[in-house]
Design a protein around this ligand. Structure first.
Ligand SMILES: [Zn+2]
Ligand SMILES: [Zn+2]
Ligand SMILES: [Zn+2]
Ligand SMILES: [Zn+2]
Length: 410
């Protein structure tokens, strides 16, 4: 795999590990008590993996997940666990990165790696170059510099991303429209509570979409000031822009590529020269740290994260006023991720109390959906409890639906 003619071997390894995890989860792990314990500790999967897990229609994990969410909101919350799918993928990534380092450490293999049409991708190499042997890192950085200068392959620039299209579709389906006739920001905020989704995630999703729509327009117009922008689109947002609009995505990718070629040129110039060969042989392999490659801030991530922070702040202030607090109690309310970020105080207590109550009702619905799967309920009609697992995913993290209401994924 490491000497295949093209494609990032680390991406390949991670994709295989992820597929393997979900195959195993679908066939047997969902019912395994050890896996259920892990899911309880992590209160479910992270948002991207939750989207994938929703395709698996088993209810057993949902029981453990809702319990885990209630544990988090309890008076003595346990230490949070890692998303089990992320744990498998990061183990595979570390292994692949180590292998990449050791394969290229041998002179013969390093020469073969350099002859590949394209080597490992930029996101994986920026992580690998910062650690490990400086000589190996230098040869990897040189190869990446050559690859980026000669290839406009999106995987080389931004890694493999298999769900950019579905994120774009979810984002396009976000309910739009600010309350333009609202008399104040407080009223505008309250107007968004009629949407059945976490209001903080919704504000973040809308802000991210606004940025990407603007960016698409600017890229199509080939606006020069984008080159002066201090930020640089991250891998996920380059993929999304490309999935949204090929031409705008292609231009954005070119900008990112040019900036990284420039960064790598600077990095290779600053690289400490290798010590004389004799000294190297005497001292063994040098383990000096390689210079660091830092990814600049992504403006789309910044737009999303900034909106998230501001709207959570506004929400907490509004909950100090009675009419808003009553309206909040009747609305969807914030997801678990945001409830845990709300801090302390009466408003945060109200958020957590409301979420606990909603999760307790969902727990009943999940049990009800399970009951209806039994032979003795064959005569009963499926009811609204059938969508409880989707609503649970939205209550755990609104980012699962990119800020929009829970829905069946395509
Ligand atoms: Zn990769
Ligand atoms: Zn995950
Ligand atoms: Zn949220
Ligand atoms: Zn980003």
């Amino acid at each position: 795999m490491f000497l295949d003619p093209q494609g990032c071997p680390v991406c390949q390894y991670c994709v295989e590990a992820e597929d393997q995890f979900f195959r195993w989860f679908d066939i047997e792990a969902f019912a395994d008590p050890a896996m259920q314990l892990r899911l309880r500790r992590s209160a479910g999967f992270c948002a991207p993996h939750a989207r994938r897990a929703l395709a698996i229609r088993q209810l057993a994990p949902a029981h453990a997940i809702v319990r885990g969410a209630l544990d988090r909101l309890g008076s003595d919350p346990p230490a949070p666990g890692e998303c089990p799918a992320c744990a498998s993928v990061s183990q595979a990534r570390e292994h692949a990165e180590q292998m990449l380092g050791s394969v290229t450490a041998s002179r013969a293999m390093s020469a073969r790696y350099a002859q590949r049409e394209r080597g490992a991708c930029l996101p994986h190499l920026t992580a690998t170059i910062a650690v490990g042997d400086a000589d190996v890192a230098r040869s990897l950085a040189e190869k990446l510099r050559r690859d980026l200068a000669t290839s406009d392959d999106l995987e080389l620039l931004a890694g493999r991303d298999r769900e950019a299209d579905s994120r774009v579709a979810l984002r396009a389906a976000l309910p739009s429209g600010l309350a333009v006739d609202a008399a104040s920001s407080a009223e505008a905020e309250r107007a968004t509570w009629h949407v059945d989704a976490c209001p903080v995630c919704l504000a973040a999703g809308r802000s991210e979409r606004r940025y990407l729509d603007w960016r698409r327009h600017e890229e199509r117009a080939d606006a020069i000031d984008l080159d002066q922008d201090p930020g640089l689109l991250c891998a996920a947002h380059v993929h999304e822009l490309a999935a949204l609009d090929e031409r705008a995505g292609g231009r954005a990718a070119r900008r990112v590529r040019e900036r990284w070629v420039h960064e790598l040129d600077g990095l290779l110039k600053r690289w400490p020269p290798p010590p004389p060969r004799t000294r190297r042989l005497l001292r063994g392999r040098r383990r000096a740290p390689a210079p660091r490659l830092r990814a600049p801030l992504c403006p789309a991530c910044r737009a999303r994260d900034g909106a998230e922070e501001r709207h959570l702040d506004l929400l907490l202030r509004l909950l100090a006023q009675r009419p808003y607090a009553d309206a909040y109690d009747a609305a969807h309310g914030v997801c678990l991720r945001h409830a845990l970020l709300a801090g302390e105080g009466p408003a945060a207590g109200r958020i957590r109390g409301a979420l606990r109550a909603r999760l307790a009702a969902l727990e009943w619905e999940i049990a009800e959906a399970g009951r209806k799967q039994g032979w003795d309920a064959r005569h009963e009609r499926p009811g609204p409890e059938q969508t409880a697992r989707l609503r649970l995913a939205a209550l755990l993290d609104g980012a699962t639906f990119l800020g929009g209401p829970a829905r069946e994924l395509p």
